[in-house]
Design a protein around this ligand. Structure first.
Ligand SMILES: Cc1cc2nc3c(=O)[nH]c(=O)nc-3n(C[C@H](O)[C@H](O)[C@H](O)COP(=O)(O)O)c2cc1C
Length: 165
């Protein structure tokens, strides 16, 4: 299964998370979404897509430009797993909202989204990335819960690989 890991990152936190995901998947490498073309996305069977959230619930800048490329891609029969960086203490009402934007664009492209996560263990008020009591991807919070990042990524990547098999 060809796996691609693409991210948009302003201060490096999403990039670091992408590299940690990469370490768990042999033969994969992580790349900034700003340098990618539609063909790079379409050539993968499983895509890990990561974004941080800025402003008040806004998608990271590189993704603002790349979102229409994602939604306009043909990802029918492909799987997409989403991860998002945010700060639940400072932005509790828009925590990792960017995951929702990636989700909606991936669904528009025809992909199946895997790797939903329980909201247990996070302390926030609201997020557009929620569906019921689950997030549409993996939230990570380097400001408040950086000690949990390694374990969260490890458990989640195992979950995604099982779902995608
Ligand atoms: C001005 C500003 C606005 C932010 N807005 C949000 C937000 O609305 N929701 C959220 O979850 N995190 C928000 N964050 C936190 C960032 O998403 C977080 O620092 C993230 O780790 C940055 O990742 P990056 O370095 O990959 O861009 C904001 C941070 C700053 C400085």
């Amino acid at each position: 299964m060809k796996t691609g890991i693409f991210y948009g990152s302003t201060t490096g936190n999403t990039e670091n998370a992408a590299n940690l995901i990469c370490e768990q998947i042999s033969g994969s490498h992580a790349a900034p979404i700003g340098e990618m073309q539609r063909a790079n996305l379409e050539s993968c069977d499983l895509l890990f897509l990561g974004a941080s959230t800025w402003g008040l619930g806004e998608l990271q800048d590189d993704w603002v430009d790349a979102l229409s490329m994602l939604s306009g891609s043909n990802l029918k029969g492909k799987m997409v797993a989403l991860f998002g960086l945010g700060d639940q203490a400072s932005y509790p009402g828009t925590f990792v909202d960017g995951i929702r934007d990636l989700h909606d664009a991936a669904v528009e492209a025809g992909a199946t989204v895997v790797g939903l996560c329980s909201a247990a263990g996070y302390d926030f008020q609201d997020s557009t990335a929620l569906i019921g009591d689950k997030f549409l991807g993996l939230p990570l919070d380097e400001e408040n819960q950086s000690d949990l990042t390694d374990e969260r990524i490890q458990t989640w990547v195992e979950q995604v690989i099982k779902e995608a098999a």
